[in-house]
Design a binder for this molecule. Structure first.
Ligand SMILES: [Zn+2]
Ligand SMILES: [Zn+2]
Length: 272
């Protein structure tokens, strides 16, 4: 990978993310799967989730990813890790990186649903009562920081070049936006669920109640859920209800309410 190639990838990354947000936002405007009560509620919801995204960019991407882990400076390096002596072709390195990183994300997500300190952080993604394209960007900055640190650790341990993660993030971010988009996708897209986590598959995970909230943990590939017994075939494009019942009030939906959820929700007994 050259510096010019890296600049191109960065432009694609930013362009696809911004373009994807706008594309689905306009599609949702014209043909929503589940309409918002009114336009003002929709705009306020989007504004708050975009506020969360800004906090993720500042804390997780810039402070942790760039300053602490130095990802920006390491992107062109090939670290000396487990697989480095094999001098694998780039295609094999990409395939391994995609699979191993997705498996890591699957188990991190499962841990986030069973270990309460991590659940209080991850709950921010689940507490959204209106799942739409902006929900794809609603993750607590601490959760993103933990995931980035783990993924960088995997690349360094395996000796895989970090620019592959930039390629992976381009794909995964596009998938995130699609998985949360509040639109009805063509059947051909949903037919991909044998291998990929399609929007209908992921939406089941946003149900507030078991068993669905504890199903479909996969990020990109759906076969981990099938392999480890956590897959739920979508019976409908979306579950009857979204969100977390104890975090549905306004107090939990403002920008500060979302960011402070891991602290404030500690005192709530039982499931959220
Ligand atoms: Zn979850
Ligand atoms: Zn989600």
């Amino acid at each position: 990978m050259t510096q010019a190639g890296l600049s191109l990838l960065t432009s694609i990354y930013l362009g696809l993310f911004a373009g994807g947000l706008l594309f689905f936002w306009l599609w949702e405007d014209g043909a929503p799967l589940r309409p918002f009560p009114d336009a003002r509620t929709r705009r306020l919801h989007a504004l708050r989730n975009m506020g969360v995204l800004v906090s993720v960019i500042v804390f997780a991407d810039v402070v942790v990813g760039t300053w602490i882990l130095g990802v920006g400076y390491r992107l062109l390096d090939t670290p000396t890790g487990l697989l480095a002596p094999l001098a694998l072709p780039v295609t094999a390195q990409i395939a391994i990186a995609f699979l191993v990183t997705d498996l890591f994300e699957y188990w991190l997500h499962r841990l986030a649903h069973t270990w309460r300190p991590l659940w209080l952080i991850h709950a921010v993604h689940h507490s959204d009562p209106h799942v739409d394209v902006t929900t794809g960007a609603r993750n607590h900055p601490l959760e993103t920081a933990i995931a980035i640190t783990g993924r960088v650790g995997i690349y360094l341990a395996l000796g895989l070049p970090l620019w592959i993660e930039l390629v992976r993030v381009i794909v995964v971010n596009s998938a995130f936006l699609a998985q949360h988009a509040n639109v009805a996708f063509p059947r051909a897209i949903e037919a991909l669920r044998t291998v990929l986590v399609t929007p209908a598959v992921h939406r089941q995970h946003h149900s507030p109640v078991p068993p669905l909230i504890d199903r479909n943990f996969g990020q990109m590939f759906s076969f981990w859920d099938r392999m480890f017994g956590t897959y739920a075939e979508p019976g409908a494009p979306a579950p009857p209800e979204y969100g977390l019942r104890k975090l549905a009030g306004e107090r939990w939906q403002t920008l500060s309410g979302i960011l402070l959820t891991p602290l404030r929700a500690r005192s709530i007994p039982g499931p959220l």
